[in-house]
Each structure stands twice: as C-alpha cells, then as structure tokens.
Design a protein around this ligand. Structure first.
Ligand SMILES: Nc1nc2c(c(=O)[nH]1)N[C@H]1C(S)=C(S)[C@@H](COP(=O)(O)OP(=O)(O)OC[C@H]3O[C@@H](n4cnc5c(N)ncnc54)[C@H](O)[C@@H]3O)O[C@H]1N2
Ligand code: MOO
Length: 391
C-alpha cells in the first residue's frame, strides 16, 4: 500500500493538460485560461472625469473664483477646445477631460448662474480625474495562464476588448459504475438491488470542477459487460470506474481493465475510506478506479479526482488545501491508514460524526468537513488542533 501523498504524485504523473480552445466570453465562466491574456486596449483610453461637475485649470480652483462655462463634455462625447484661464467646461462622469483642464470640481461645490460658476468655500482637493491607462495599457499581460475565470476576470477580459478567451479544453471523463446490484435512480430495484448513487455525486463534482462527465451504462459483474463499457470509454481523457476494486471474486475491474490494455500504476492506498483505489494508463487516457462504497467513492473523488482534473486544466498540481481547527471531542489513536473522518464544525471546534461507516451517504451529507488523521496519530483530547478539509 502506498501513502495518499505518493498516490497523488503518481496520479499527477498520469495526466496531462488537455490543451486550449477558444470560447466566447459568455461561455467562459469557470473556465481556466490556457494562455496569458494581453490587453488590446488602454483603459481608460483618455483622462476621464470621475464625477459630474466642471473641468477647469487647477490654478483657477480658488474659493470665490468666478469662471465662464464655455461648453460641455459628456461620456461618449467631449469638448475639443482647450480650457483657458477663467474658463470651465461642464463635464459628466466618464467624459474625456479637455486638454489643459487638470481638475474637475464637483457640481455640489459650485454655484451656477447662467454661463457663470462661482467656486464654493471649500472645494474638494482631489482632481476627480482618472488618468489614461490608470487601469491597464495596451500590450500589458493582465491575467496569467492557469487563472480560473470568475466574474471579475471575465469583465476584465471584456474591458481589454477581447470578445473570446483561450481556455483549457474541458477534460472528458467517462464514468463506469460496476455491479449486478445496481439500478439507475427512478428504476424499480429487484429484491437484492440498490440504486446507483455514486455516479451522480461524481458527475456533480466533475462538472463543478470544469470537466465533462459521460455516464456510461452500468457494467455488470462480467468480463464481457465491463469490457464493453471500457470500449465505450474510448476518446475520454480520464476513465473513472466505481466499484469492483476490492478483493472479492466479483471485483474484476483491475483484471478486466488490464486485459484491455490498462498499465496499472498502483492498487491500494493507505487511507480510510478508499483503500482499494487503483490507477494507471489505458492508451491515451488515465484510469482511476474508485471503491464502490459511496462515501469511499466521494472522498476519493475529493482527494484524488478533483486535483487530477485541476492539473488537466492547467491549475497547480497540488493536494486539497487543509485547514486547522481545535477538536471538540476526544479521539482514540488512529491505525496505519490516513483517516478522513466525516465531521461537523461547532462552537467548540470539529467533532467527528457518530458513525464513520463508508456506506452512509446521510452522514456524508450532514458533514461540514473531513477531519484528517495521519497514520499512527496518537489519541487526541478536546482542544488539540487537528487538520481538516472543508466540504
Ligand atoms: N475481504 C475484504 N473485503 C473488503 C475489503 C478488503 O480489504 N478485504 N475492502 C473493503 C473496502 S475498504 C471497500 S471500500 C470495499 C470496496 O469494494 P469495491 O470497490 O470492490 O466495491 P463493491 O464491492 O463493488 O461495492 C462496495 C459497496 O458499495 C456499493 N456500491 C457499489 N457501487 C455503487 C454505486 N455506484 N452506488 C451506490 N453504491 C454502490 C455496493 O453495493 C457495495 O455495498 O470493499 C470492502 N471489502
Ligand atoms: O476504504 Mo473502504 O473505502 O474503508 O470503505
């Protein structure tokens, strides 16, 4: 059995970046930039007024000064003639500030009568002018490759006059659930059957991370059935199986996949839940074999599958970040496997939930966090700091 850390390092070595594609900005939310984004424009492209008021020469900004209003500059327009001593231009937010006017006095600080303004007693000192290029200038690299695009990044790309973004192609993930006992949600299970739940949690995880999940038919516990499903996975970047990973007579994923060309990299990780995890390469795809127990499948999804997808998208190849919290309840010594305990955060800190059986989705859904216990961790008392992964 290898450690979680080693398993993750090996998984990163099994995947590669998916490459780039160009998508319109409307479709870029949540995608990861594949190339640095360079500004096609300077913003603002001109010195712009930040307020509604009057543009004038800074020397004319004296309490009581009377100035003649010679024209108007509105956003989208402007006023061509330079402002001379004793003159002002009516100006609005976003308008180009006329040449030679180094100051905008806000309209609240003046008295206007006809085409004259009188500066009030205490005009604000700030120029109220946004300099040309104050945000960015043409040719600047504004976002690096590997940046996930949220609303702010997408608005920035638009302001840079880029109508589309070069983003990482979404990893295609083929999902195969295995087991004679499984039926799809909504079907009528036979007396010894259960509903296949894992795939739906995994699909949610994959698509939230930026992948495309292809759910293949349920593979029955026969070489033929699983073989056919593996054939259907052709073209995927990553093939994920679920179940059939352990040591029972019907746990045939490793042997059938190997017969179809899987080069197995590892099988079994010193963790709980998730021990029977396996991985390797199948032709051009990476293969990840998850255990069938529902909590094991989803915990392994969080600890291994998500970081793999991130690496394929060009994000940093790293383990899920952990946080620290005081422990709310005592814990006995841990065994030789890294334990990911379902836990709830309360005022006194993190408390492991009562049952840690890896079949209990109700407990996983009630958990806020996975409390991570290193192999061989000694007994812990309330108040001691432990590591956890938020859920
Ligand atoms: N003798 C041993 N038995 C087991 C060991 C072991 O080391 N020695 N390991 C146990 C551990 S740990 C796990 S985890 C499970 C994993 O086994 P498999 O990956 O082979 O999974 P299955 O046997 O196919 O299924 C386990 C369990 O999960 C249910 N299941 C399967 N797929 C789904 C699905 N898509 N949705 C919902 N539930 C699913 C399945 O019905 C079983 O109840 O092995 C232990 N055994
Ligand atoms: O590892 Mo199994 O995943 O403990 O239930």
């Amino acid at each position: 059995m290898i450690s979680v850390e080693e398993a993750l390092a090996r998984l990163f070595a099994l995947v590669e970046p998916t490459g780039a594609e160009t998508v319109p900005l409307r479709a870029a939310a949540g995608r990861v930039l594949a190339r640095p984004a360079i500004a096609r424009r300077t913003q603002p492209p001109f010195a712009a007024s930040a307020m509604d008021g009057y543009a004038l020469r800074p020397q004319d900004l004296r309490p009581g000064a009377v100035l003649r209003v010679i024209g108007e500059a509105a956003a989208g327009g402007g006023h061509d003639r330079p402002v001379q001593p004793g003159e002002a231009v009516r100006i609005f937010t976003g308008a180009p500030v006329p040449a030679s006017a180094g100051h905008v006095v806000i309209q609240e600080d003046v008295l206007r009568e006809g085409d004259r303004i009188t500066i009030g007693d205490r005009p604000g000192a700030g120029s109220n002018i946004r300099p040309a290029g104050g945000d960015f200038t043409e040719g600047m690299q504004m976002l690096p490759a590997g940046r996930r695009l949220g609303p702010a990044e997408i608005a920035l790309l638009a302001a840079m006059n880029l109508p589309a973004a070069d983003v990482a192609r979404k990893p295609r993930v083929a999902l195969i659930c295995t087991g004679d006992e499984l039926v799809m949600p909504g079907e009528t299970p036979g007396p010894s059957q259960i509903v296949a739940s894992n795939a739906f949690g995994l699909i949610a995880m994959i698509e939230a991370a930026g992948g495309i999940a292809h759910l293949l038919p349920i593979a029955r516990d026969s070489e033929d059935s699983l073989g056919q499903c593996l054939d259907l996975a052709a073209g995927a970047d990553l093939v994920v199986t679920c179940g059939g990973a352990s040591v029972g007579d019907h746990d045939i994923v490793a042997s059938v996949a190997q017969a179809r060309g899987l080069s197995l990299d590892f099988h079994k990780v010193a963790m709980r839940p998730g021990k029977p995890l396996m991985a390797g390469r199948m032709g051009r795809a990476a293969m990840l074999g998850l255990p069938g127990n529902p909590v094991s499948a989803l915990v392994c999804g969080r600890i291994f599958l998500l970081p793999m997808l991130e690496a394929m998208l060009g994000l940093p190849a790293r383990a899920v970040p952990r946080r620290r919290s005081p422990l709310a309840r005592p814990l006995p010594a841990n065994g030789p496997r890294e334990h990911y305990m379902r836990a709830a955060m309360g005022p006194a800190g993190l408390a492991p939930l009562a049952s840690q059986d890896s079949s209990l989705l109700s407990v996983l859904a009630a958990a806020d966090a996975l409390l991570v216990r290193p192999p061989g961790d000694p007994a812990r008392q309330p108040g001691e700091e432990v590591e956890y992964i938020p859920l």
